[in-house]
Design a protein around this ligand. Structure first.
Ligand code: CU
Length: 350
């Protein structure tokens, strides 16, 4: 009993993150050409120094799971300065996302900027906490036309491949294009002009547009809109997208032939049956009903009100199968000795 108790305690300690443990992503940083990135790491504790592990994840959508961390301490109540972070912290250049972890609480922010002859031109960058990385998100307020360009970038916060469905919406909020992006474990997709990111071939008005993503792994995602006239850049963090896309509606079509004293039902592309057919809840149902010999009727409460079927004429009815169950249809015109038994059943599966 005591052994079991100790084993349980050890297990709990192993799977519980330490109080205040934190993980923060800087989705893009650069030390290349005129671009530099400054990072600040803040230790909120009044009493204790903290130790932070920093991982540099180069862009290029490569598997970065093998990257070893660099470790640094932040004394109590201090903001640690990493100007030109790739060079100062990792002794590296290029473009990379950064992952910061600690057993203690901390915060991290960044500024990515271009160096010009008369100063710098840059944008603030949110440090994305792991708990704020998104499976489904939207990047709003994007612009891609002659006046502005828009880049979007992604950092995979997991050790697994991320499969990401991207949907670009234009100025009229209609879907412009859908695309799939595969991101390697811990991979970083460099800021990519949104038209190219979606595979090109876009003529829609993108002067105000937005991008949604739906991923099986959590992402740190952002957009960056640059004024082509001034090169003024704005960093746009992704926001959560809680919308759930309804499944596409399926249309089921049937030809129904009424004759003394039964209904023959033939699904489009299928084999005829007598007096029965089946659809699924939510389907759009199209019935093309005709009388083959004499005048018959067709009624199926609550989906189809009573119709008269004159020989040679086809009556088409369309409805959404919103309610599941079995629904009886029957003849409403006295058509002979077997009229009373002339019926059938539509089954709507849940
Ligand atoms: Cu009848």
């Amino acid at each position: 009993m005591r052994t079991i108790g100790i084993a349980f305690l050890v297990l709990v300690v192993m799977i519980s993150p330490a109080a205040g443990a934190k993980e923060v992503y800087i989705p893009i940083s650069g030390s290349v050409g005129v671009f530099r990135t400054d990072v600040r790491v803040f230790n909120p504790s009044y009493t204790d120094a903290i130790t932070v592990q920093a991982y540099m994840h180069p862009t290029g959508n490569v598997d970065n799971t093998g990257v070893a961390p660099v470790s640094f301490d932040v004394p109590a109540r201090q903001m640690k300065i990493f100007d030109d972070v790739l060079l100062s912290l990792f002794n590296a250049t290029g473009l990379a996302g950064i992952r910061l972890t600690s057993e203690s609480d901390f915060a991290a922010t960044a500024r990515i900027y271009a160096q010009a002859s008369n100063g710098t031109l840059g944008q603030f960058e949110v440090g994305v906490e792991a708990t704020d990385a998104l499976l489904k998100g939207a990047i709003l307020q994007l612009k891609s036309n002659a006046a502005f360009r828009t880049n979007a970038g992604f950092q995979n916060t997991s050790d697994e491949i991320a499969t990401v469905a991207l949907t670009l919406y234009g100025k009229d909020n209609q879907v412009v294009k859908e695309s799939t992006l595969t991101i390697q474990p811990r991979g970083v997709v460099a800021p990519t002009e949104v038209v190219g990111l979606m595979g090109g071939g876009i003529t829609a008005d993108l002067s105000d547009c937005w991008l949604s993503f739906d991923s099986n792994r959590a992402l740190a995602a952002y957009g960056s809109v640059v004024d082509n006239g001034t090169t003024d850049p704005t960093f746009i963090p992704a926001v959560s997208d809680s919308g759930v896309k309804p499944p596409a509606q399926t249309t089921k079509e049937f030809d129904i032939r009424a004759q003394q004293f039964h209904y023959t039902v033939t699904p489009v592309g299928g084999s005829p049956t007598t007096g029965a057919f089946t659809v699924n809840k939510g389907d759009k149902v199209v019935l093309r009903i005709m009388a083959a010999d004499t005048t018959h009727g067709f009624s199926m409460f609550p989906y189809v009100s009573s119709r008269t079927l004159n020989p040679g004429q086809t009556v088409t009815v369309t409805f959404d199968a919103i309610e599941s169950g079995n629904f009886t249809f029957f003849c409403t015109i006295v058509c002979g000795s077997g009229h009373g038994g002339m019926s059938g059943t539509m089954t709507v599966n849940p």
